[in-house]
Design a protein around this ligand. Structure first.
Ligand SMILES: [Zn+2]
Ligand SMILES: [Zn+2]
Length: 397
């Protein structure tokens, strides 16, 4: 403390020296040049500030008041459990004076985040969180209404690899929709159902759970953005300069992607194929194996021979070993990737050609021939096209 005063005093003296150079004083009428005293006044003021600051920092005990000893701190110990918005705190106490304490966030501890109770929505596979629902851990309430897919709509896909054209394609873990997005889910998010197959479902099938179709690639991107926002997740895509057809569907847009975000998105082509194959070892032609007879294929997929030329309620055929339904047949599925030749090298988390226009679609549809239904079969379309045999499913980190 004395040192700081001395230091400040030196500054103050220096200031006065400056001010009195030319043998004149501050504010004296003899001063012709008024800039000089102004500069000096500023200097004195700064010096005073420095003195005051040093006085506070040097003299004030963390708990207020002055202390004459050097603290001898004990061990850090938990002092407050984590709450929704605050991490766990820990405190240490001075052994010289138990009223002297220091508190900090415990290392590695984070806030828990509010836990709100979501409730099942009228829409199959979705749940909502109403405004005003009280947190299970504290008294705060949910500020904004939310909607998302229920967790049992998403399959957890483990990290791994598959062979493509002789090269190893390695993928990080991600989650993938077990089902193609249904007409009802699409309408819940977008407010419209653009599908062509809107009545006359087959047999006992539920109309609302038929897959959405007649969506452009841009529409699928917009769905992912909106669903992410409704769920309170960070959108993976940013879509701007959007051009809409009079009928509402999007025909052009600039889409940017941030793979680190946790929102819903389209699978990449590699993710799609990896998820479709579901770690079949050795790799098989179809996800159910190599069988091409109508009975086996018909147990697994809606295709030309059994579809009755229409889409079908999702999830009515056998899932693959990772729990994904309709990976082949029913409707084609938009993927993220721009079309291009596969690079002749091993890749990790590839995201498609660096440039181009056409987008990948995978999985074939109710109109498929068996020869086009293998897991590796790829197709493309312009992103502004829409068909009654083309929909999508979502993926997430
Ligand atoms: Zn102390
Ligand atoms: Zn809370």
């Amino acid at each position: 403390m004395p040192e700081s005063k001395q230091e400040a005093g030196q500054k103050s003296e220096a200031g006065e020296k400056l001010a009195s150079s030319g043998d004149c004083h501050l504010y004296t009428p003899r001063m012709k040049n008024f800039k000089k005293p102004q500069f000096s006044a500023l200097f004195v003021f700064t010096a005073l500030l420095v003195v005051i600051t040093f006085m506070f920092t040097a003299c004030q005990d963390p708990n207020g008041g002055e202390t004459s000893h050097t603290h001898t701190w004990g061990a850090w110990a938990d002092s407050a459990a984590a709450t929704c918005t605050e991490p766990t705190k820990e405190t240490r106490i001075c052994s010289e004076d138990a009223t002297h304490t220091e508190t900090r966030n415990k290392e590695g501890s984070t806030a828990l985040g509010h836990i709100f109770q979501w409730t099942a929505a009228a829409v199959w596979g979705m749940e909502t969180l109403a405004v005003g629902v009280v947190c299970n851990n504290c008294t705060e309430t949910n500020p904004e209404s939310r909607m998302r897919l229920t967790s049992d709509m998403m399959a957890q896909i483990p990290a791994g690899s598959f062979i493509r054209s002789g090269y190893t394609i390695t993928l990080s873990a991600f989650s993938m929709g077990k089902y193609q997005v249904t007409q009802e889910q699409y309408e819940a998010v977008m407010g419209v159902n653009p599908s062509q197959f809107i009545n006359n479902p087959d047999g006992e099938e539920i109309q609302e759970r038929r897959p959405v179709e007649m969506v452009t690639w841009f529409d699928a991107i917009e769905f992912c953005i909106k669903l992410s926002e409704m769920a309170g997740l960070d959108p993976v895509y940013d879509m701007t300069v959007t051009t809409r057809h009079a009928n509402g569907y999007i025909t052009a847009a600039i889409v940017e992607v941030d793979w680190t975000k946790n929102g819903y998105r389209l699978p990449t082509e590699a993710e799609w194929e990896y998820a479709c194959r579901a770690n079949a070892n050795p790799a098989t032609t179809y996800y159910w194996g190599n069988e091409e007879d109508e009975i086996t294929v018909g147990e697994n997929a809606w295709y030309r021979e059994n579809s009755n030329s229409k889409t079908h309620e999702v999830g009515k055929k056998l899932p693959n070993t990772w729990g994904l339904y309709d990976m082949i047949g029913n409707v084609w599925e938009w993927c993220w990737d721009l079309y291009g030749d596969y690079p002749g090298e091993n890749q990790t988390n590839p995201t498609g050609a660096p440039s181009g226009y056409a987008r990948i679609q995978r999985g074939n549809s109710w109109d498929a021939y068996i020869v086009d239904m293998w897991s590796a079969s790829r197709s493309i379309n312009q992103p502004l096209f829409l068909f009654n045999s083309l929909g999508f499913r979502v993926a997430r980190l």
